[in-house]
Design a protein around this ligand. Structure first.
Ligand code: ACO
Length: 326
């Protein structure tokens, strides 16, 4: 059977670091509140003139370099993002241009924090179907551009980053074993950006109402996130006749340490099976999983044959999991 195997990982975060102590200076909050409620100590923030496509391109270049693959060999560039450079065309097209991946199709996937796993599943399916041999899949976000820096309920949670993987068609046991996608649009207003799609266009009224910014009902999101992340992780394990004990590394979407802890416990995972970096980057939406995967890979935490469980939840709501044999 043809499988899609990850042969390179890469990531990129903007240089500027914003600590909780920095935020304390302009917002009614505290380092102590942010750390105890979220586990976040700092996050990276894009500079003026630095865009989602720039982060994505840098991450992709690093992944291609690790894989030893030339951009011209790539058949597909897929970017999971909700903070693309433009409403359209796709940020994937900007990345394709930057990489000079002249033989690749390119599109974006909008699934909020599940964006990377949704994007991964699209590329995996094309590779398994024999329609692509090499793909670059990226999760990239500049969420700090759509958060309301006057809203302490949300602005302390998010950061900017990109992560990427190179997938190659491969025979054998290694690679992506399965992907699982779910959604429930009935509660989408619990976590969304009301403007500026075509429903609420830019106007004096929408600007005054701050409709451009991300809105979230954190408490409600918390409960659904834990339930959905647990459910889909168990679905992925069951589909491969595995249990939590088989997992060498669990890389969940890094939203909040309390969500990560509650989810890991419910799945039956021990602390040493779980990768956590939310303390240093905050919630970077579609970028959290590929960023963590790249860190873990470069730190030597992944050995050939390891079982890796990826698990995400985000706006939509959307949630997804992928199980890999490294
Ligand atoms: N600093 C200080 N106080 C704050 C802050 C802040 N930054 N934010 C909120 N508070 C206050 C509130 O105003 C409230 O005060 P009140 O009781 O006087 O009204 C109090 O703290 C408690 O607020 P809660 O919302 O109940 O706090 P909670 O313990 O639920 O934590 C949090 C809030 C961190 C947002 C939590 O609900 C959460 O993590 N939710 C999940 C959010 C998330 O991770 N979303 C993303 C997942 S999906 C995705 O990644 C897109």
């Amino acid at each position: 059977m043809i499988r899609a195997r990850i042969t390179g990982t890469g990531s990129y975060v903007p240089e500027k670091v914003l600590t909780n102590l920095d935020i304390e200076k302009f917002l009614d909050t505290s380092d102590e509140w942010i750390r105890t409620r979220t586990g976040i100590s700092e996050r990276h923030v894009v500079a003026d003139g630095e865009y989602t496509s720039d982060l994505a391109t840098n991450a992709a270049r690093r992944a291609l370099e690790m894989a030893g693959v030339d951009a011209k060999e790539i058949d597909l560039v897929v970017v999971g993002t909700i903070t693309g450079d433009y409403p359209w065309p796709a940020t994937a097209c900007v990345v394709q241009r930057n990489l000079e991946a002249l033989n690749a199709g390119a599109f974006d996937v909008s699934a909020a924090c599940s964006g990377f796993l949704y994007a991964l599943s699209c590329a995996v399916d094309r590779i398994e179907a024999g329609r692509a041999k090499k793909a670059v899949v990226i999760g990239a976000e500049t969420l700090t551009r759509i958060i309301d820096w006057e809203d302490r309920n949300t602005c302390v949670l998010f950061g900017d980053a990109a992560g990427a993987v190179v997938l190659e068609a491969s025979e054998g046991e290694h690679g992506v074993l399965s992907t699982h996608l779910h959604a429930d649009g009935t509660q989408l207003e619990l976590l969304y950006q009301p403007g500026f799609g075509t429903r609420l266009m830019p106007s004096e009224e929408t600007l005054a109402k701050r409709d451009y910014f991300l809105k979230m009902q954190g408490n409600e999101v918390f409960k659904v996130a834990v339930r959905s992340l647990t459910e889909v992780a168990n679905i992925a394990l069951k589909a491969n006749s595995m249990t939590a004990a088989d997992v060498d590394l669990f890389i969940p979407h890094q939203a909040n340490i309390r969500i990560l802890d509650a989810t890991s416990k419910r799945i039956g995972l021990k602390e040493n099976q779980v990768y956590i970096n939310v303390d240093r980057f905050g919630n970077t939406s579609a970028a959290t999983i590929p960023l963590a995967l790249d860190e873990a890979n470069r730190a030597g935490r992944l050995k050939s044959g390891d079982i890796v469980l990826l698990d995400a939840f985000g706006g939509g709501f959307t949630w997804a999991a992928a199980l890999l044999r490294w």
